[in-house]
Design a protein around this ligand. Structure first.
Ligand SMILES: C[S@@+](CC[C@H](N)C(=O)[O-])C[C@H]1O[C@@H](n2cnc3c(N)ncnc32)[C@H](O)[C@@H]1O
Length: 253
């Protein structure tokens, strides 16, 4: 089966990211990376629960912490935990596209929905200077990252526009061209950052991410050399032979 067909077999609430939550370690890594502190007003867009807010308040002492989610059940559950723990944070049940985020200094924004991203870009572009929007895996559309600790990316206002996706990709990976080693290294970082410690099949995930990174880079014309690296050929064969997942057709497109 083609990789797309395989992905369609995965639970939609996971593939869409609806019920994906960052592990605590990731929140701490992200907050250290963005240097979150007592003068910050932190917004967690699509927060899902209170975890990020709790760490931002208790461990980084932010001035204000606000979680926005349009799922009333999730917000109700998270509010109950905030009250039980007497935590000074706010939860708003609302569509983030409607929310006033004008006082934000740091925003965590992990969305893949193209329409939501486009609509939020208009809001982000009107935020005050030096507001930091954290994204994961990729920068905001057409933006050059301010800082990268892959898969965490800081986009800072006013945004620096990228001339091309090639420029964006190379800015993320910090290389002149993408080879197998770079693809593997960044795939591993993503799996480690997003995966929970007890994850069993992180090698399987890393192989899929590596092939996705390298094949996307090839399509953008930023891979090193003209030949398909032996390691890429090997993993494409392994995915086909052992998991019946096909990537080859992507190289022909
Ligand atoms: C976008 S992801 C966020 C993933 C992850 N929870 C995070 O920490 O970034 C999924 C969450 O966003 C919420 N969500 C999806 N669309 C939304 C919207 N338009 N406005 C507010 N929340 C939204 C979902 O209810 C879900 O809890």
């Amino acid at each position: 089966m083609k990789i797309e067909e395989y992905l369609e077999t995965l639970p939609d609430n996971l593939l869409s990211g609806e019920d994906v939550q960052l592990p605590e370690k990731s929140f701490r890594d992200i907050f250290k990376f963005v240097n979150l502190g007592k003068d910050d007003v932190f917004y967690h867009l699509g927060c899902g629960d209170e975890k990020g807010l709790e760490i931002a308040v208790n461990e980084f002492g932010v001035k204000r912490a606000v979680g926005i989610d349009n799922n009333s059940e999730k917000i109700k559950h998270a509010r109950k935990i905030l009250e039980e723990r007497n935590l000074k944070a706010e939860l708003i049940c609302e569509d983030i596209q409607k929310t006033d985020i004008s006082d934000a200094t740091v925003i965590l924004f992990w969305f893949t929905d193209e329409t939501i991203i486009q609509n939020m870009m208009m809001k982000f572009e009107n935020l005050k200077q030096d507001t930091k929007i954290i994204t994961i895996w990729g920068p905001l559309p057409d933006c050059l990252p301010d800082k990268v600790d892959f898969p965490y990316i800081i986009n800072k206002t006013p945004f620096k526009k990228a001339q091309s996706m090639q420029e964006q990709l190379l800015a993320i990976f910090g290389v002149k061209c993408v080879d197998f080693v770079t693809a593997w290294e960044f795939a591993e970082r993503y799996t480690k950052a997003i995966g929970t410690p007890e994850i069993k099949n992180d090698r399987f995930l890393t192989i899929i991410q590596t092939l996705v990174i390298w094949i996307n880079a090839k399509k953008l014309g930023v891979v090193c050399g003209d030949e398909i690296p032996e390691s890429i050929k090997t993993y494409i064969n392994i995915m086909k032979m052992h998991f019946d997942i096909d990537f080859e057709y992507l190289l022909k497109e």
